[in-house]
Design a protein around this ligand. Structure first.
Ligand code: N01
Length: 545
């Protein structure tokens, strides 16, 4: 990792500020920029050494955004007007360059303390300030604490027997060295087939490795249909950007398309096939998020979509054993209730004799050894490199892991032990003057990140501006409001097919984590309405003083 650039030395000391933001990714930068405009004095604490958040940490081979240009970027004209991308779905290096461009425009780093990990925070009632502690013993005091720590701040390392005995190279995807690892001609194990595992396996194989994928659940991958983008076509398209960015926050998931207002069986079989085929050719998430609007609600509708997927996918795999593992005739779960990865020739790559897939549902990993991995059937496979693409204690893990305590000194990790309670997916009862975004019980995992950050960021900035205007120094969600919000999140989810699938959306990927919907499944229009009502009704659901 390179050295921090631009961060002022003064932030290496104790700090006194209006607002302390944790995290310098999309969310933290957005909050900083908007709050500065409202006259707030803000500082950011960031664990990494540069801006970018998820794009600072995730530089594993093949890491690439899965939302199409121009949906995955800020809507500020001063940023997009002289920025262009090279492809429809840019890679991590280009995302890093984007953040450098954002820095040039917004001058964020002068107010960031990098390499600063928050390990404790509690609101001190007498002084009306948050007291925030860092791993290296510094203390900050701030009127507001804003968490922009994302959904993936805590990595998941399964506790396999002998995992530390392996003598080769082993990294979690999110800690992959940015200078890369030479995989040419090496035997590489990839454990996990989420969005990360698919990208990692694909790219590693392209670099000349022999890849063995350990798959617990097949990823119902969709074709990325990657394409280069010219500067000219982007410049031409920019005339429409303002209206596109207005439109994206009115769609269910904050993308530039939405579910069609039609049920799967409203169309004849021929019409349906033609519609599916069109979405398939368009690529990306269209087959998921621009599909019929009963896809995620109706089992039979979902099954028809799965059958289309499975026919398309099986046709690309000639090896019958691999075909049955990667694309089984019976759905492993309802289509779209886990995030589909966007693949680029993943199935053709897996079909090659030098690459393999191990079904770890049938033959679980028994142990790691100095030279490789043994499965329960007694097979030992040797590897030079093991990539852990095993994901994250998603959505709540990061917040529970930073030593947050309520006004009475009870840790958030205790309060959320048996389930999650927030209000509007942006605040917690007992944590006054603290807001968070892209986290628990917000649209988070069901949304395009930058859209979510802008919708929630605008709400937080408006709320804080209003509090300042009204001379209110204390704003805390009520227990009752958080209870009602939790019910709402559950009820919205229960109408869908999500609860039936073991996924990180449901907290089901971490042993012992309560199974519950962690995301708001009502879509942006309803979410914004709910949040705006609370503000318009004079901080409804909050105690203010
Ligand atoms: O993590 P995951 P991820 N033994 O939790 C498996 C975003 N993202 O890093 O499915 C064996 O999805 C686990 O198996 P199962 C995106 O939102 C975006 O891939 O639980 N296997 C699963 O296959 C994404 O959803 C991009 O049965 C074990 C995998 O590990 C989110 O980040 C790129 C295991 C974990 O998959 C997280 O993605 C990358 C065990 N003990 C990520 N434990 C873009 O394209 C876990 N697994 C922008």
């Amino acid at each position: 990792r390179h050295d921090p650039v631009g961060s002022s030395d003064s932030y290496k000391d104790n700090l006194e500020t209006d607002v302390l933001i944790v995290g310098a990714g999309f969310g933290g930068i957005y909050l900083m920029h908007k709050l500065r405009q409202q006259g707030f004095n803000c500082k950011i604490y960031e664990a990494g050494k540069d801006l970018g958040g998820i794009w600072y940490w995730n530089c594993y081979p093949g890491a690439r955004v899965d939302s199409q240009v121009p949906v995955y970027e800020y809507s500020f004209p001063e940023i997009w007007k002289d920025w262009t991308w090279s492809t429809r779905y840019p890679g991590w290096q280009e995302l890093r360059e984007y953040f450098a461009h954002v820095e040039k425009k917004l001058d964020i780093k002068k107010d960031v303390a990098f390499e600063t990990t928050v390990t404790g925070a509690q609101f001190d009632k007498p002084s009306g300030k948050w007291v925030i502690e860092t791993e290296d013993g510094r203390t900050a005091r701030a009127k507001y604490l804003l968490l922009a720590t994302g959904f993936a701040a805590k990595r998941h390392f399964p506790n396999w027997k002998g995992v530390n005995d392996f003598k080769g190279i082993m990294h979690h995807s999110s800690f992959w060295p940015e200078e890369g690892v030479d995989v040419q001609g090496k035997r590489v194990a990839v454990i996990g087939t989420g969005s990360t595992g698919i990208q990692l396996a694909q790219d590693t194989a392209n670099q000349g490795a022999k890849v063995t994928v350990f798959q617990r659940t097949p990823n119902l991958c969709l074709p990325m249909q990657q394409k280069p983008l010219s500067r000219e076509e982007q410049e031409e398209a920019k005339a429409k950007y303002p209206s596109l960015y207005e439109y994206r926050r009115t769609t269910f998931a904050g993308f530039l398309y939405d579910f069609v207002k039609k049920k799967t069986f409203d169309d004849s079989e021929e019409e349906r096939e033609a519609f599916y085929e069109q979405m398939w050719q368009n690529g990306g998430f269209e087959f998921w998020l621009a599909n019929y609007d009963d896809l995620l609600f109706d089992k039979e509708a979902n099954r028809v979509a799965y059958d289309f997927w499975v026919t398309k996918t099986r046709a690309r795999i000639t090896d019958p054993r691999k075909r049955d593992i990667l694309a089984p005739l019976e759905p492993p779960h309802a289509f779209g209730t886990k995030r589909p990865s966007l693949e680029q020739n993943f199935y053709e790559m897996m079909d090659k004799p030098e690459n393999d897939v191990v079904d770890v549902k049938k033959t679980p990993i028994k142990e790691f050894t100095a030279t490789g991995i043994t499965t329960e059937d007694g097979t030992h496979r040797e590897f030079d490199i093991i990539a852990l693409a095993t994901g994250f204690d998603s959505v709540t893990g990061g917040m529970k892991n930073m030593g947050l305590k309520n006004v009475d000194g009870v840790p958030l990790s205790e309060l959320w032990k048996s389930g999650t309670w927030s209000y509007l997916g942006m605040s917690c009862a007992g944590f006054p003057n603290m807001f968070f975004l892209y986290g628990a019980q917000g649209p988070t995992a069901f949304s395009n990140g930058p859209t979510c950050v802008e919708v929630q960021g605008d709400w937080i900035v408006d709320a804080m501006t209003q509090l300042k205007k009204d001379g209110i120094t204390y704003c805390d969600a009520t227990n009752e409001a958080t209870e009602i919000w939790r019910q709402k999140v559950t009820e919205l989810s229960d109408k869908t097919l999500f609860p039936g699938t073991s996924s990180w959306y449901m907290g089901a990927n971490i042993p012992g984590k309560p199974r519950e919907q962690l995301n708001y499944a009502g879509g942006f229009p309803l979410y914004e309405k709910d949040c705006r009502e609370a503000l318009d009704n004079g901080f409804q659901g909050f105690i203010t003083a």
